[in-house]
Ligand binder design. Structure first.
Ligand SMILES: NC(=O)c1ccc[n+]([C@@H]2O[C@H](COP(=O)([O-])OP(=O)(O)OC[C@H]3O[C@@H](n4cnc5c(N)ncnc54)[C@H](O)[C@@H]3O)[C@@H](O)[C@H]2O)c1
Length: 381
């Protein structure tokens, strides 16, 4: 037994939606005779998804996303019957070779996280009957560079309104606040908390920060979203003005240089900065390192001494704070149960009805969203 098995048992126990569909898959075997080329983080929550697909008759040929693979989870999955070709410590060249190996195996279906495997299949003319793509960034790549060249359906999981509400708003909101408080060990009550971005993630982070007693101000460049923040009861302000008084600054915009170095120079002594967005360029960390040095204060917290004599503190060097801080575990298991249920049902739809789907990137079919919402509500009882 792998050392990960008890952890995966614990995770499975908190994934009631996948447990439900697994029972159905055991009966219907929608993936019988099919190989799923699988590329997503390999950790206990995705392990339960892999188990579910195996129960549906799939052969799994998998690698993880770079840097996040837990190899004791891999051991567990190999025992369960999956084929995983990733080895510890692989270079970018090894990863490219692994992607090529999966594409050359001509999987009937692809599950991707970042679209690299889908692109590889396209470039080698090894077309699956359909694919799913987990992320917005992967979907943007496919839509902007390959739209006309994709002859098979690609269901974009991140386009689901359910994922936006449950994962981005509540999952990221809760886990971001959890990791900020756990990592800093600092109380948020009455702290002046500045939220950059009031999209799905920003709404959640602002809401959970308020729940913890912080005084939240929202900085948002879209006037409609800024109005929404105000109607939701938050103060709104410009970045330049909020930089003068904020004590905790968090970004979740998906854009680069949202907090440029000049803005950091204006912040009060002791300001704490963190990013929850996917890219680690939302805060201008390179200039901060260059001009204000970098001293490890405590685990995942670095101090930067500005020429003004003030210091600011950055969590996990501006990488996604809910995942990248030491011990960060991301969204809760139940939240990912919903995300992976979207995956399982979309993969089933491809396996059983790809011909009825249009080619190219597309949202999760509406009936799948509806049935998962019903199932999640029922799981609360
Ligand atoms: N940490 C996680 O676990 C996690 C999970 C899901 C998504 N994400 C990432 O979080 C980021 C945000 O996702 P989302 O779903 O909220 O996106 P979204 O598009 O709904 O919201 C982004 C918001 O940021 C605003 N914005 C853009 N530039 C700005 C600026 N300079 N100043 C202030 N506001 C600005 C936009 O107007 C928009 O309202 C993305 O990078 C996404 O990939 C992270």
């Amino acid at each position: 037994m792998s050392t990960a098995t008890p952890r995966i048992d614990w995770t499975r126990r908190h994934m009631p939606l996948l447990a439900g569909i697994r029972e159905r898959f055991v009966e219907t075997k929608p993936f019988d005779g099919m190989t799923i080329g699988f590329r997503i983080h390999l950790e206990p929550k995705t392990a339960v998804l892999v188990e579910t697909l195996l129960a549906g008759g799939a052969d799994i040929l998998a690698i993880g996303n770079q840097g996040t693979t837990q190899f004791d989870t891999v051991e567990h999955l190999i025992d369960a019957g999956a084929v995983i070709i990733e080895k510890p410590g692989e270079s970018k060249d090894d990863i490219r070779a692994n992607l090529a190996t999966i594409a050359a195996a001509k999987p009937e279906i692809v599950l991707d996280n970042g679209a690299e495997l889908i692109v590889r299949c396209l470039e080698e003319d090894n077309h699956p009957i359909g694919a799913t793509e987990e992320t917005t960034s992967g979907a943007i790549l496919l839509r902007e560079q390959y739209q006309e060249r994709i002859p098979f359906p690609v269901i974009v999981i991140n386009d689901s309104p359910l994922k936006a509400i449950v994962e981005n708003k509540h999952g990221v909101g809760e886990s971001t606040l959890d990791e900020i408080v756990r990592t800093t060990n600092v109380m948020l009550h009455r702290k002046r908390f500045v939220m950059f971005g009031y999209g799905w993630c920003g709404r959640g982070i602002a809401m959970y920060a308020r729940d913890r007693g912080a005084d939240v101000t929202v900085v948002e460049i879209d006037p409609i979203k800024a109005l929404e923040a105000a109607m939701d009861g938050f103060s709104t302000d410009t970045a330049e003005s909020a930089a003068q008084y904020g004590q905790v600054f968090v970004t979740a915009t998906g854009r680069g240089n949202v907090i440029p170095y000049e803005l950091i120079e204006a912040m009060p002594d002791g300001a704490i900065l963190a990013n929850a967005g996917h890219v680690d360029t939302e805060i201008d960390i390179p200039t901060l390192h260059e001009r204000a040095g970098r001293i490890e204060s405590t685990t995942s917290v670095t101090r930067h001494d500005l020429p003004s004599g003030r210091s600011v503190f950055v969590l996990s060097d501006g990488q996604m704070v809910n995942l990248a801080v030491e011990g960060g575990r991301g969204n809760s298991i139940e939240i990912m149960d919903l995300g992976f249920m979207l995956q399982a049902m979309s993969l089933e739809r491809i396996a059983t009805g790809a011909a009825d789907l249009v080619p190219g990137p597309q949202p999760v079919p509406a009936d799948i969203n509806d049935s998962i919402a019903v199932a999640m509500l029922a799981s609360f009882d």
